[in-house]
Design a protein around this ligand. Structure first.
Ligand code: PBG
Length: 338
């Protein structure tokens, strides 16, 4: 019978030697999570004094601008480098073409301007996508059969990105998965002399069921109903295609690339980091957050330990940073631990 245990080096090699004491565990540790790795996604809406809980995301709230400024101040104090903004748009402003996305007086441009004025050193990232603004909840403009049209959608996305850049945003993050949108946004930004606006491309974005709670949070779930995003977001079965998507976005002018969702797609994250060596980000999405919260609430998992392990795993897989709803909780813990 063949043995599958091949440890010819033993006892010259005893891997447990380095694991024996805390000092040597620290000495050989390959990856570390710091506050610099965290991007905090926040939901923002009109009004004042609002902190409206999102039921499917315990601990996450929808902010109005005034309460968001308080949260932003905490992020600055915790050394979190970037806030990512997601709008909750009033139903009366939603249209089939999502044109409100490109309104220079809209919610997001006003919030960006206020944040940059108050906290110039805090990075601000905005999503470039139409789903919070469309009456049907899809990320683009539809034809009569409900198919999302590529070029007409890219046209609105370009105007949306320009409005965000004009408002002073640091990073625009197209999350729509239209073909050619990174190139279109990049050339428009250059043409308008927004030459320092960074593009973080949601490059390998999958058609995932893990986005469910996010769609509750921005209020697109009801509009989307039973329809899906399979004609533009990637098939979860595909791996090689992710590399082609990332390659295209880099050629078109992306400064940073992203893989989304996070934990079920760590293989993709590693592939992307190894293939391109670009600044590479993972999005620990709403459903991943909800799973950990639900298990912890039941006493089935240790909240803080699982949170920190999940974030560290992104670093090990190759992420330069993580968009995570845990950003503030994790940064607080990191600060306490010194
Ligand atoms: C919008 C967008 C989505 C997410 C980020 N930007 C939802 C979607 O594509 O349906 C999901 C984030 C999350 O689940 O936390 N295009």
């Amino acid at each position: 019978m063949t043995s599958f245990i091949v440890n010819a080096d033993f006892p010259a090699s005893r891997p447990r030697r380095n694991r024996r004491d805390n000092f040597s565990r620290r000495l050989v540790r390959e990856n570390v999570l710091t506050a610099n790795d965290l991007i905090y996604p926040v939901f923002v809406m009109e009004g004042t004094g609002i902190q409206e809980p999102v039921p499917s995301m315990p601990g996450v709230v929808r902010y109005s601008l005034d309460t968001l400024l308080v949260a932003a101040e905490e992020c600055v104090a915790l050394n979190i480098p970037v806030l990512a903004l997601f709008p909750v748009i009033d139903a009366s402003l939603k249209t089939p073409d999502g044109n409100e996305a490109a309104n220079p007086e809209g919610l997001i441009p006003r919030v960006v301007a206020a944040l940059k004025q108050r906290f110039p050193e805090l990075g601000v990232l905005t999503d470039v996508a139409l789903d919070p603004y469309t009456s049907h909840g899809q990320d683009g403009v539809l034809d009569s059969e409900g198919y999302v049209l590529n070029e007409p959608t890219v046209e609105v996305l370009v105007r949306q990105a320009l409005v965000q850049a004009q408002a002073g945003v640091d990073i625009v993050a197209p999350s729509d998965m239209m073909d050619g949108r990174i190139g279109a946004v990049r050339s428009a930004l250059e043409a308008e002399r927004h030459i320092y606006t960074r593009i973080m491309a949601y490059s390998a974005k999958y058609a995932s069921a893990f986005y469910g709670p996010f769609r509750d949070a921005v209020g697109s779930a009801v509009n989307l109903g039973k329809s899906n995003k399979f004609t533009y977001q990637m098939d979860p079965a595909n791996r090689n295609e992710a590399l082609r998507e990332v390659a295209a976005d880099i050629r078109e002018g992306a400064d940073m690339v992203m893989v989304k969702p996070g934990m079920p797609y760590l293989d993709i994250l590693r592939d992307v980091k190894s293939a391109f060596g670009m600044p590479t980000y993972a999005y620990q999405v709403s459903g991943e957050y909800a799973m950990i919260k639900a298990a912890a609430a039941n006493g089935w998992l240790d909240h803080d330990k699982v949170m920190m392990e999940s974030l560290l795993a992104f670093k090990r897989a190759g992420a330069d940073g993580i968009l995570t709803y845990f950003a503030v909780a994790a940064a607080k813990l990191l600060k306490e631990q010194g």
